[in-house]
Write a protein of this length. Sequence first.
Length: 295
Amino acid sequence: MDDFWVVGGPSSPDLSLKISEELRARHLMCESKLFPDGESYIRIPEQWVPKYSVVVQSTCPPQDRNLMQLCLISDKLRELGSKVVAVVPYLAYARQHREYMPGESVSIRFVAKMLESAGVVRLVTIDIHNVEGLGYFTIPANSLSAVPLLADHLKQKLEGNRCVVVAPDEGARIRVETLATQLETDYLVLQKSRDRSTGEVISDLADKGRLDGRTAIILDDLVSTGGTIAKASAILKSRGVSKVIVACTHALLADGAMERMTAAGVQEFIATDTVPSQYSTVSVARTVSEFIKRL
């Protein structure tokens, strides 16, 4: 893409600026506000637009508002004559990529339809919760990995420490294998089962290997309530680990999540800036920018 700019959405002002700096591209913040009843107002403050617009807007909480704002931004840019490449660092509604029980809505399928209807011609996200969800897009859609960035950050913190990388469930195995390889250490996978009616989660550690004195790094794509992480941490502490660090891409952190994890023995929490928070110590700007450069 030779003729483009980076447009920052209301949910990602800092990340959009970082990406524009990495790309040495012009940066534009769209104007936004909320009406008294909660509806979103969006304005693109320029009428002359480039051929492509790289719109950076995370759909983190409040998901519905941020998703709607993304659609409004895209629709207006399309009307002005620009093709929209949507960089959605955290893509909401990706949990439900299939109908687990009869009558359930497949949310990511509808989100794909929404974004395409709003004029998005390409989607770029980071560590989508279920990669199968990308199959519902008829436009090019890519999920980039934040694991190499997290690995670089952890290498500096853990130099000389004996660590083990832990997957809180089977779904995180590939991600954990990658991190363990980059940290040149081993990994464990906790066995987790969830009752889809009650939501109760049961975790256990099948591998009985020695963990005494080691630093455990629990890695996951997102942390919401912190319940799964808390159970994993409690198990690891009972097996003798000296320190529990949690690393994740998307720190959604619903009310009480940090308290729940801390009470279970988590001593440090590291996340990327796909979701802005005080724990966003690792930026995905470099990864996104390198991908955009190849388009």
